[in-house]
Design a binder for this molecule. Sequence first.
Ligand code: ATP
Ligand code: MG
Length: 407
Amino acid sequence: MNLIIKKNHNISLRQISNNSIKVLYRLNKLGYEAYLVGGGVRDLLLGKKPKDFDIATNAKPNEIRKLFKNCRLIGRRFIIAHLIFKSEIIEVSTFRAKYHNNTLRSFTKKTNTGIVLFDNTFGKIEEDAYRRDLTINALYYSIRDYGIRDYVGGIKDIKLKVIRLIGDAETRYREDPVRMLRVIRFSVRLHMHIEKKTEKPIFKLSNLLKEIPSARLFNESIKLFCFGYGYLTYIRLKKYSLIYPLMPFLLNNLSKKNTFFLTEIIKLSLKKIDSAMTKKSIRCPSFLFASLLWYPLIEKIQMLLINNTLKYSRAYSVSVNYILKKSAASTGIPKHILIVIEKIWGLQKDIEIKKKNETKKIIQHHNFSPALELFSLRATVENKTDLKKMVVFWNKKNTFLKKNINV
Ligand code: ATP
Ligand code: MG
């Protein structure tokens, strides 16, 4: 183990959330080992602001629950404790042991392809380090001596800016294919290089993502696309053949024209989300999926109109149901997001028809901003002058109303 003492690293207590410090002190005081680990330590070492703070300890989940009344135990694959504070949730995980596959004591359960389904064997800090995904994510910061414990060469990789999986890459991906997405996410977000042995198996194993429950994939999609690096992440996921297992609906056999529009709108909507990060005007997952699914929706409507004698409104509602149901199943979009997507789509017609007496009502609609944003992307992608003119009209109207009536 490599111990980096206080004066040899740049992490100071001031940069760590007060709640995390209190939790760490409390666990230490009661005789448990407890460390800050994961993204918190990694990002501070890289001079970035951590998204959240994770803690690793030798206290068992039930013991943590007894100690903290704001604790909720979650997860099946591995039980972890969530400590819920007003401004943040701190994840506290118990040190995991090495796999005990061949012993009778085994609590680990795997699928035929090797994905770990259930694993609640607890161990020591060294074992825990080897069970983490990347070397840079396995650094432990102690508030007892302010030192960082490194069992897997994470400090060196932080300095070299290298993304390296711990252990044999193929085995680690087979245990949990989501690690492939994490490798891509961190390589983009942290501007790091993916080491050769970590990179190589991804092309071959990308399809394993199809075995991951869609709700977990949806959560990963948000982390991949809604935090300011969506477009670059998309390009990299494509390079490693990960985008279609993650979003199978993008592979739909659309007409040549719709395929072109889809390709363009993917690029524009991701760039829009990246640049709007600070404004928070676009709620990412709903706007993102409303944009990505728009041309598959249009294609479905066009097919129904060609092959049947349906009225447009009927073809529209049948297609909306079909596309939303299908993508909910394959990408795990939860119901409350599906509802917003449907509203954003519904507003497209209102924006286009522009009924005279209804403009104010439309602008005041809760989802007007993302709906106009989608409309504007469509105008650009399809390069239609009349749509572009409407975008100008609605933007003017919107600014005017906001100024004069305080919408
Ligand atoms: P961020 O929170 O900034 O997205 P993070 O690295 O903290 O990044 P979390 O999802 O919060 O990511 O996970 C916390 C830590 O748990 C990770 O740093 C890593 O050590 C470990 N971990 C998370 N997911 C996995 C996984 N699939 N396999 C192995 N270890 C994992
Ligand atoms: Mg984290």
